[in-house]
Design a protein around this ligand. Structure first.
Ligand SMILES: Cc1cc2nc3c(=O)[nH]c(=O)nc-3n(C[C@H](O)[C@H](O)[C@H](O)COP(=O)(O)O)c2cc1C
Length: 187
């Protein structure tokens, strides 16, 4: 099977963000698989205007637009901020609409607290549904993320996370493959 195209979106621009460690680790995990190809997008790299919003400005970001047009799925890495998602993540997601339809999305929750961003994941489900994305049921959660990586950003005790990432990605591959078939074969 032709590789599935599944970009990653890192959803915070906060300096000292822990979510960047998660993104870089997951990028490596995904790059080792032979059924996926991926690119890391970082909300920090979007030079967003402060006087406009939504799909009217999508052509300012052709790399992101074209990646989603060509994508089969998407991974969103979302840190939990007051039980919700960072505003900049929503602003970047709002740049596109029809480009997402009938593609898969898998959600990664990241938090300092013990629940691994479960609340931000639930909030994002409402948003991605409106975007036309189909969300998988196998989230990946990083609780107490400040304890998960060392000072160089290397994951401590990778085995448990590799196992969970495999389930997370296997389900994303299933959903992305099914939707790719659907887009090609169904009206
Ligand atoms: C504005 C703000 C609100 C936050 N709210 C929560 C929260 O509701 N629950 C939680 O577990 N951690 C919360 N945190 C901590 C983040 O989850 C923590 O910074 C974690 O490292 C992931 O975010 P990061 O990628 O910005 O580091 C909050 C952090 C910020 C900056």
């Amino acid at each position: 099977m032709e590789k599935l195209s599944v970009p990653i979106l890192l959803g915070t621009n906060r300096k000292d963000r822990q979510s960047e460690h998660v993104a870089r680790w997951l990028l490596q995990v995904m790059q080792k698989r032979d059924d996926l190809e991926t690119t890391l997008f970082d909300v920090r790299e979007f030079d967003l205007p402060n006087d406009d919003y939504g799909t009217v400005i999508k052509d300012l970001f052709p790399k992101w637009r074209d990646a989603i047009i060509g994508a089969d799925g998407l991974v969103i890495i979302a840190p939990e901020y007051n039980h919700g998602y960072p505003g900049i993540l929503k602003t970047v997601l709002d740049l596109l609409l029809k480009e997402y339809i009938h593609k898969a999305v898998a959600l990664v929750g990241v938090s300092a607290g013990p629940w691994g961003g479960t609340k931000v994941v639930e909030q994002l489900v409402c948003v991605v549904r409106e975007l036309g994305l189909t969300v998988t049921f196998t989230d990946l959660n990083f609780a107490k993320v400040q304890d998960v990586f060392d000072e160089h950003g290397n994951i401590k005790g990778p085995e448990q996370y590799e196992k969970r990432a495999k389930s997370f990605l296997d389900e994303l591959v299933w959903m992305s493959s099914a939707l790719r078939w659907g887009r090609a074969n169904l009206k």
